[in-house]
Design a protein around this ligand. Structure first.
Ligand code: CA
Ligand code: CA
Length: 354
């Protein structure tokens, strides 16, 4: 009798895992092929060959780019190099990327920058907030940007027990930000199991020196986060659920969900077009190729534009789609008055005039 129960339970467990694995294969778009959409007037940015996971452009046209991310299960083309923040001035005729110097006292050796967000204070000081993974942990680093010196002054490291497996942040006040958590488990194998079983245990955190709280939950894997131009709405990419959540922000920083826009592709970081308010999404069209990297059959790149975000019928269009021959593993796209920067998790970065 005991054996029968064990066998039944084992059979049921295997059936469940089998069903979840099949669903997982479907979810990672394992068989999806990409229709190319090319842009004209583009060039690959010199110096950015090992990742440009996130990009944030100031209203002045200065773009910050996080480079050299080391992330479990992702390729790493420069394993010995520590991460850097690059700067590009998009007002230049042919913009080039330049690595920013970082002030003494910050341990650059273990700098592993991921999602970034800029904040401009009332006195016009520019701060750059960077999700960092020193030793694969999560911290948020606050830097002050010195434009003349082209350097970053490190001001503070934020750690908190709710700030684990942080992917991206959006800063909306002095030391006030939202952050996404992309996995519930910090252990690699448990995180993988979490993804296969599709547990929906990740969330969005609000952080301030006075209060830290979970403000939205139930995401499969919350990834990119940004705010609408008027800061009334927060946009969150759920990468493994292949959609974007539109959330309303309240005075107490709580968020309530308005709607979900399904995209059918693995949505990574989000930015907003400063001219139109459209969302630009850096996406992974075939996550199987991303998670199981093969240079002979590399993961592609996809950039989507979502117009009329708050309307009943947002319009989704493809700005760029490439099978990996030019750009692999796109994680972000950001526009500035007719110019676009497209970044990747571990590969190159592309600049185009639209
Ligand atoms: Ca970001
Ligand atoms: Ca991301």
């Amino acid at each position: 009798m005991g054996k029968l129960v064990v066998l039944t339970l084992l059979g049921a467990s295997l059936a469940l895992i089998g069903e979840r694995l099949l669903a997982f294969r479907e979810r990672i778009n394992a068989t999806r092929e990409l229709e190319p959409v090319e842009l004209q007037n583009c060039y690959l940015i010199e110096g950015l060959e090992n990742g440009s996971e996130d990009i944030d452009i100031l209203p002045s046209g200065l773009a910050f780019i996080s480079n050299g991310l080391k992330y479990p299960s992702m390729p790493d083309f420069a394993p010995d190099a520590s991460g850097k923040i690059y700067l590009m001035d998009l007002n230049e005729q042919n913009p080039r990327a330049q690595a920013l110097k970082i002030s003494d006292g910050f341990d650059e050796k273990f700098f592993n920058p991921h999602g970034i967000s800029t904040f401009i204070d009332k006195d016009h000081t520019v701060y750059l907030y960077v999700v960092n993974h020193p030793h694969m942990k999560s911290t948020v680093e606050i830097f002050k940007f010195e434009e003349q010196q082209r350097s970053l002054i490190h001001l503070k490291t934020i750690k908190h027990e709710l700030l684990k497996s942080v992917n991206d942040i959006v800063v909306l006040g002095p030391e006030q930000f939202y952050a996404t958590r992309d996995h519930y488990f910090t252990n690699f194998f448990l995180a993988l199991l979490e993804m296969i079983l599709d547990l929906h245990w990740t969330h969005v955190i609000f952080y301030s020196p006075k209060e830290v709280k979970v403000v939205a939950k139930g995401f499969s894997s919350a990834n990119g986060i940004t705010a609408s131009l008027d800061h009334k709405y927060i946009y969150v990419a759920d990468i493994t659920d292949k959609n974007i959540h539109i959330l309303e922000k309240h005075d107490n920083w709580d968020l309530t969900q308005l709607k979900v826009i399904q995209l059918g592709t693995w949505v990574d970081n989000l930015t907003v077009d400063p001219d139109t308010g459209d969302i630009l999404a850096g996406c992974h069209p075939n996550a199987m190729k991303l998670l199981n990297y093969n240079p002979e059959d590399p993961p592609g790149s996809e950039v989507l534009r979502i117009q009329n975000v708050l309307s009943d019928q947002p319009r989704v269009s493809t700005i760029y789609a490439n099978n990996g021959s030019v750009l692999q593993g796109t994680s972000v796209a950001s526009v500035y008055h007719g110019k676009i920067l497209i970044g990747t998790v571990f590969h190159k970065a592309l600049y185009c005039v639209l």
